[in-house]
Design a protein around this ligand. Sequence first.
Ligand code: CA
Length: 483
Amino acid sequence: MISRRQLFASSFAAAPAFAQSRGRRRPNILFIMSDDHASHAISAHGSKINETPNIDRLAKGGLRLDNCFVTNSICTPSRACILTGQYSHLNGVKTLNDSIDPKTIHVGHLLRNAGYQTAMIGKWHLQTSPEGFDFWRILPGQGLYYDPVFTHQDGSRQKYQGYCTDLIADFTLDWLKTGRDKSKPFFLMCHHKAPHRDWTPPKKYQDWLKDETVPEPGNLYEDISKRSAAAQRATLRVGDDMTKTDLKVDRPAGLEGRELRKWAYQLYIKDYLRCVRSVDDNVGRLLDYLDAEGLAEDTLVIYTSDQGFFLGDHGWYDKRFMYEETMRMPFLARYPKLIRPGSTNRDIILNIDFAPTFLALAGQKAPATMQGESFAPQLQGKTPKKWRKSMYYRYWMHLGGGHTVTAHYGVRSHAHKLIYYYGQALGSKGAVDTPTPPEWEMFDLIKDPREMKNVYGEPAYAKVQSELKAELDRLRTYYRDQV
Ligand code: CA
């Protein structure tokens, strides 16, 4: 096991200086984030079910992170982690029912204080109004796919005609064209609602894929009764746990079991991919604008999503679990002055690292309260010798949010994953106060990358199991999560 000192090296102390010391102009930062877009629905990340030609432009011209993970796989908490550089237990946004304290100082404030012009457009989903931005326009709550209302900075609300993904890109382009102070670098967050449930596609794509069959994941019909009690308890099943709003049509009478799953998967995944296609189109519009205005060279463009998503994997949809499909975030970054085109990186990078990285690129030192580390070195193709070799994860919303996912925490290294379902609500908002028996899961990610076989308790894994337990304890102490 690696030591705490090795894990959190101070090799980035030098990073904040590089933006200035080498006389570089500080980059503009365009942070494009969608909601629930799994990396296995992005062709640059190896999708077998769709093409995303515009998002792929970022991969061709920049860097793809292959092990970028969310620390709590659910919408509102991930957004708070990204802004604050802190785990949920420190920033106070542990579940969907928590809100960010408007007094919280986050990366928006810090970049603004450092001379950036800051803007936030689209899905905010942190309940209180945004702070730390020179301009914002957000969807109230989840927002609507069609003719959505937006909340303006003065508190007024207005309904706009059109499709949500197009409108968010329109507003982003409007701000770039008319809102921007050209004397300053900008930090612009463009947050799409799509492809979040209920996966309502744009009208122009509603018949796309109609006559095609989207490939199924190999474990779409997995027998969940062979998994943990936590997995069996979860109501994430494609078909059985979907509503008419999700599927947009009535379930045919008598359809059940495997046939129901097969039928529902096609309806679900086609609508999901139609939403993704619109996101990809609108990423292309933003990239075209940067090209046309000569801004592409000076702008770090990122595409990511607040977490991953099950696309029929294990027979499921949704997120929350510390399984690969949902904890992995897509992450593509292009900045020609720093990032080599077509590069990839396999270091373990977390959503709490985003804010320290942006600060480093702006020539700023991250405050000590931030728990993440800058991966500015990785953007330049360098892995610091002492970079972390494992990560800590925690999902708090015990049995809540309509999906009965059991609260858990765990550790993931490059080769293994250990998950502990501690089975209590612990006062978390939106959690259900019904205890469940504690249980463990452990996966060999090299032999079993799809996490089909729990090896916890197997004699062959006794040594690595005890090492992972020690590492989990160490991480919980290090990150000050002792509840
Ligand atoms: Ca989400």
